[in-house]
Design a protein around this ligand. Structure first.
Ligand code: 2HA
Ligand code: ZN
Length: 275
């Protein structure tokens, strides 16, 4: 089968278009990666090339040895993925040490995988282990309202989680483990990848202050839906704070405990502090 005919490639492309349409991918902002299933590699094997040279990843990810990933290209625009997928996307294979990658398909006019490849792969390694292999998608976007909140809220996991949970009843059910926050750091390198992947041991969402957000999930729908839910909640918080600095009423810690009991989720008590 041609790479472009595979369902996972079509799902990947649709997610890029959806993110572009939400306004989360100005210029070349954001990046997406997907860890292929063994049967998906078999399905497209005939359409892969062998000419790619092994290149250093910039991080060691032995837990991802020999895995294949579909990733957006560095400097490529989400706007263009559906129009020119073979130019904008890269299908890469990792070596047996998880230290190098080589291109097997895509980037037909040259280029490199996403500048955030170390963060994507370190997050994949952590989430693959933490989810028993179920998580396959790592998504980085620049959603406006979450970024705005990083200028006015304290940059703690506890405050971001609690404030965003309070903005929509679905939130604690969609991200019951909470949200991690990374203070401002230089993007693109190993240090921010280490800080983010540490948070991903506990959470499916990590906010990068004054930059954007990372989400992890099992498939494209769940991962996009997670980004969308968090950003929607942030939008409600921005609107609320813009109308008045305090809330007249909100969802209380006891309301959250009642919700958790009925919906069968565990909400860590450290997010249910008294204000
Ligand atoms: O692709 O979003 O963080 C550009 C970025 C880097
Ligand atoms: Zn970014």
């Amino acid at each position: 089968m041609k790479v472009l005919e595979a369902d996972f490639v079509q799902g990947f492309i649709r997610m890029c278009s959806d993110g572009w349409e939400r306004g989360w991918h100005e210029r070349n902002g954001g990046n997406l990666s997907y860890r292929l299933k063994a049967e998906e590699v078999t399905e497209i094997e005939d359409d892969l090339n062998e000419d790619g040279q092994w290149q250093p990843i910039g991080a060691d990810v032995p837990g991802l040895a020999n895995e294949f990933f579909l990733v957006t290209g560095s400097g490529k625009y989400f706007r263009n993925v559906s129009l020119a997928p073979e130019d904008c996307l890269a299908l890469i294979e990792l070596d047996p040490a998880g230290a190098h990658y080589r291109l097997r398909w895509g980037l037909k006019n040259g280029g490199r995988p996403t500048s955030e490849l170390p963060s994507h792969l370190m997050n994949h390694e952590v989430k693959k282990a933490a989810s028993g292999g179920r998580h396959r998608v790592i998504y980085h976007a620049h959603p406006t309202n979450v970024i705005a909140l990083t200028f006015v809220l304290p940059l703690t996991d506890e405050v971001f989680t609690r404030e965003l949970w309070e903005m929509a009843t679905e939130c604690p059910v969609v991200f019951p483990d909470g949200i991690g926050v990374v203070g401002w750091m230089v993007p693109g390198g190993r240090d921010i990848a280490v800080a983010t992947s540490k948070l991903m041991e506990k959470y499916d969402v990590a906010v990068w202050a004054h930059h954007g957000m990372f989400c992890s999930g099992e498939d494209f729908d769940l991962t996009f839906g997670l980004m969308h839910t968090v950003e929607k909640s942030a939008e409600i918080l921005v609107k609320t704070l813009s109308m008045r600095p305090d809330k007249r009423q909100t969802i209380s810690p006891q309301n959250f405990r009642d919700l958790a009991a009925d919906f069968g989720v565990k909400l860590p008590e450290r997010f249910l502090y008294e204000k």
